[in-house]
Design a binder for this molecule. Structure first.
Ligand SMILES: Cc1ncc(COP(=O)(O)O)c(C=O)c1O
Length: 390
C-alpha cells in the first residue's frame, strides 16, 4: 500500500466514530448520502423476467470483452462508436486502473478534478501515480480552470481526468471548456479521460454544455470515455464498465490496453450474458431513476423555500445535490450534530474536496418519504443552530 494520506472520507474522523456509535447502540438514522441504487426501492417492470437465469455455461475469454456485448454498448451509445473501439472492465474504477497502467510509469502524474469523487487519489496511488487535483472555479456555475490545468502540468504529467457531469457538483463541461481542454491535451501531449457515468442523468438547464465527449470526432489527443452499468442501468452489483477509445490516437493504444486486460480477464461471463438486455432496458431504468431525482429535487426546493439562509446549487446532472449553509461551525462538526441530534446522515463538503465549511452533500436517490423526512429533520436542526449562534 502506498504510504500516503487517506482521503478525507476514509480517514478515521468524528463522523465515522459517530456512525460506529449509532451501529453499536442501535440508533437508527435516515441516510441522505445513500447512493447505492439497489437500496433505494426502485422497481422496473419486466426486468426480473428479462434477466431470469442467464447462466453462461461456457468460457470464451476475450481480453476486450465479448464482441456481442461490446456491440450492444456501442449501439447503446451511438455516435458512430463501434464494438472494436471498446474494452469491457469490471467497473469504472478498474477502467481507471488499467488506463493509469497504460499511460503512466510509477512517479508520473495525472490531473484530476476538484471537487470530485474521492476515489481518484487511491486509484492513482495504487498504480504508483500521483493524482494532482486542479480546483474548478465557481462563478454562477462551476467552470474548468484551464489556466490552472496548464499551470499544474509538469514534465511527468501524462493525462487529464474530467467527469462529465461531475460528481458531486453535477456540472457538465461547457463546449468552450471542452475545446480548450482538447487543445491543452494536444499541446502538452496528454491523454484525456472523460468519466461519463452520470451522463444519462441530465437534470437542470446547462447552457452550451457538452452532453457527451463521444461527440468528439477525430480529437487531437488520445481520448478515452468511461462509463458502466453501475450508473447507466443503476446496477453496480453487475460489475460491468467500459472504456471507449475515440479517435485514431486512442485506438492506437487499444492493443496494449487489451494486453493489460488479458492479465486479468476480470469481466465475468454472467455479467456479459445479462449486459445486452440491461443496455436495452437502460432508457426505462434511467427514466425511473430520473423521475426520482427530479421529485426529490422539487421536494428539496419546497423544503428550502422558507429558509433564506439555506440554499442549494443548480444540479445540471447526476445523483447528488450540494446544500449551502452559513458556515457557523466546521462541516464535519455540523454532520456529526445532524447525525446525533436529527438522526440524519449527510456528507460534509470536504469529503469531496469542496472548499470551506458551507457545503453539505446529499444524494437525490433515497425513497421520497425518507428523503422528505430526513430533509425536514436536517433543515430544522440547521435553522436551530443558526438561531443559537445569533
Ligand atoms: C464519477 C464516478 N465515476 C465512477 C464511479 C463508480 O463507478 P463503478 O461502480 O463503475 O466503479 C462513481 C461512483 O459513484 C462516480 O461517482
Amino acid at each position: 500500500m502506498p504510504s500516503q494520506r487517506l482521503p478525507a472520507s476514509l480517514e478515521p474522523n468524528a463522523l465515522s466514530a459517530e456512525l460506529e456509535a449509532c451501529a453499536l447502540e442501535g440508533r437508527p438514522y435516515i441516510d441522505l448520502t445513500l447512493s447505492n441504487p439497489t437500496r433505494c426501492g426502485f422497481e422496473y417492470s419486466g426486468l426480473d423476467a428479462a434477466l431470469a437465469l442467464r447462466w453462461a455455461p461456457g468460457y470464451e475469454p476475450d481480453p476486450r470483452g465479448h464482441r456481442d456485448v461490446r456491440a450492444a454498448v456501442a449501439a447503446y451509445h451511438g455516435h458512430g462508436l463501434r464494438a472494436e473501439d471498446l474494452i469491457l472492465t469490471a467497473s469504472t474504477s478498474e477502467a481507471y486502473a488499467w488506463l493509469f497502467k497504460l499511460l503512466c510509469d510509477p512517479g508520473d502524474q495525472v490531473l484530476v478534478p476538484s471537487p470530485s469523487y474521492p476515489l481518484f487519489h487511491w486509484l492513482a496511488a495504487l498504480e504508483g501515480v500521483e493524482a494532482r487535483p486542479v480546483p474548478a472555479l465557481r462563478h454562477e456555475r462551476w467552470h474548468l480552470d484551464l489556466a490552472g490545468l496548464e499551470a499544474a502540468c509538469g514534465p511527468r504529467t501524462r493525462a487529464v481526468v474530467v467527469v462529465n457531469p461531475n460528481n458531486p457538483t453535477g456540472h457538465f463541461l461547457a463546449r468552450d471548456e471542452w475545446a480548450g481542454l482538447l487543445a491543452l491535451c494536444a499541446r502538452r501531449g496528454l491523454a484525456l479521460l472523460v468519466d461519463e457515468v452520470f451522463a444519462a442523468y441530465p437534470l437542470e438547464p446547462a447552457p452550451g454544455h457538452l452532453p457527451t465527449a463521444l461527440e468528439a470526432d477525430g480529437p487531437p489527443c488520445p481520448l478515452f470515455v468511461l462509463s458502466g452499468l453501475s450508473k447507466v442501468a443503476a446496477m453496480p452489483q453487475v460489475k460491468l464498465g467500459w472504456i471507449a477509445a475515440r479517435g485514431d490516437r486512442a485506438r492506437a493504444l487499444l492493443e496494449p490496453l487489451a494486453f493489460i486486460a488479458d492479465q486479468y480477464l476480470s469481466v465475468s461471463a454472467s455479467a456479459q450474458a445479462v449486459a445486452p438486455e440491461l443496455l436495452r432496458l437502460a432508457p426505462v431504468i434511467q427514466a425511473v431513476v430520473g423521475a426520482r431525482l427530479r421529485a426529490n429535487l422539487a421536494d428539496l426546493d419546497r423544503a428550502l423555500a422558507p429558509h433564506p439562509h439555506l440554499s442549494r446549487l443548480p444540479v445540471e446532472g447526476g445523483w447528488t445535490v450540494l446544500l449551502r449553509r452559513p458556515a457557523l461551525d466546521p462541516g464535519e462538526a455540523c454532520a456529526v450534530r445532524l447525525l446525533r441530534e436529527a438522526r440524519v446522515l449527510v456528507h460534509p463538503g470536504h469529503f469531496f474536496d469542496l472548499p470551506g465549511d458551507g457545503y453539505l452533500v446529499l444524494s437525490l436517490l433515497p425513497r421520497p418519504e425518507l428523503f422528505r423526512e430526513g430533509l425536514d429533520r436536517a433543515l430544522a436542526a440547521l435553522v436551530m443552530s443558526e438561531r443559537e449562534a445569533q
